[in-house]
Design a protein around this ligand. Structure first.
Ligand code: XIL
Length: 364
């Protein structure tokens, strides 16, 4: 008597009777799904919404709003000072609420970005005639209002953004130039106090910067800032490693891993917060270049996987070349993202999928 395959499976018992695994390729599974399987909180992306072309681009939104792709969204601009407090003590939360509403509809988390930075400040801050005391009061007022408005909807805040020069000294900004280095510690203190007042102590406080992804003077300076905060009994929970890299010049796996391990050894979480890998000149889409770019993405994502659960997640600074910030900021540069300008996944996408699964890179 001949059995059909199905009957044979039934007779063989439950192990063989299990339904076949779904035939997804990595793209269908989605990078966030793979990241969460690997123990990360998310694979995320920045999104420059609302008020931009992408806000109504159905093809873009279809990718953005799929929680299998992204488990986290960082507002690329909407929560920055110039948008949230355009005039002194006049607050506007429309953009930030928009991002939070969109993310929450799809079960996505939000890294709130950012409270205190040299850039994208309101005119009233840039043009004011401040003393140390009066500008400190402006900073405190901004932090309290914004932090308390968004509250526990934020997974974390980038409390201070990009405070350091390459040599580890504080960079010039209206904050540093007027208040001195105390501004850095006070910003974290105020964020902590604002959260405590609304019983939201679980919202994490991050320092976010670039050039701190590999060993060196700038990374050492971050360690010193953390130690100084601790000395003053002020909370910091994590370091955001922006990870804006250039094709072929991404720090090595060993360098990225050991630097993450250094912050983790201080008792901190780390996150890759703004990953992109730009071509410094055209062509952006030839096979050899895309292969190198895939390798660069693979290296960075692998460093977070190998660092273990204290590297909580990876966020790309927008996922597509259609809306990338790169060409606007670095003249003649581009092609930095994991989807191209027509929203097709590039080799870098598949390299990340491999890294998240602990596989060798199939496209590098
Ligand atoms: C960028 C945005 O993507 C642009 O749209 C904006 O014009 C300038 O800022 N580091 C950061 C981000 O922390 O806030 C920056 O975002 C990119 C560099």
């Amino acid at each position: 008597m001949r059995f059909s395959l199905a009957t044979a499976a039934l007779l063989a018992g439950p192990a063989l009777a299990a339904p076949p695994a779904p035939r997804h390729d990595d793209k269908d599974v989605g990078l966030n799904a793979l990241a969460q399987r690997a123990g990360k909180l998310w694979f995320g992306t920045a999104a420059d919404i609302p008020g931009t072309d992408e806000t109504t681009d159905a093809a873009y939104l279809k990718i953005l709003e799929n929680p299998a792709n992204f488990g986290e969204i960082t507002p690329a601009n909407a929560m920055k000072f110039m948008y949230t407090e355009p005039e002194q003590n006049v607050f506007n939360y429309t953009g930030g609420d928009y991002v939070l509403n969109l993310a929450e509809r799809h079960g996505q988390r939000v890294r709130c970005h950012n409270l205190v930075w040299a850039s994208q400040l309101s005119d009233f801050v840039n043009n004011g005639n401040w003393t140390k005391e009066s500008l400190t009061a402006v900073m405190r007022n901004h932090i309290f209002h914004v932090v308390q408005h968004f509250g526990r909807r934020c997974y974390s805040w980038d409390v201070v953004n990009e405070a350091l020069n390459g040599d580890g000294t504080f960079s010039s900004s209206i904050w540093y130039d007027t208040i001195g280095e105390d501004y850095f510690y006070l910003a974290f203190q105020y964020a902590q106090e604002a959260l405590a007042e609304i019983h939201a102590n679980d919202v994490k406080l991050y320092y976010n910067d670039y050039g701190i992804e590999n060993p060196g003077t700038k990374a050492d300076a971050v360690h010193n800032l953390v130690k100084e905060l601790r000395k003053r009994d002020i909370r910091i929970d994590g370091i955001g490693l922006e990870s804006h890299f250039e094709v072929g010049f991404t720090p090595s796996l060993q360098d990225q891993l050991s630097t993450k391990q250094g912050y983790i050894a201080l008792g901190l979480d780390v996150a890759i917060t703004e990953l992109d890998v730009r071509f410094t000149q055209a062509p952006y889409y030839d096979a050899a270049g895309e292969k190198q770019q895939a390798q660069d993405y693979y290296t960075s994502v692998s460093s977070c996987i190998e660092a273990g659960p204290k590297c909580i997640g990876i966020t790309v600074w927008d996922f597509d070349d259609k809306y990338s910030w790169v060409p606007y900021t670095f003249a003649g540069q581009g092609g930095a993202d994991i989807y191209n300008a027509t929203l097709q996944a590039k080799p870098a996408y598949y390299a990340i999928a491999d890294a998240l699964q602990g596989k060798a890179c199939s496209v590098c």
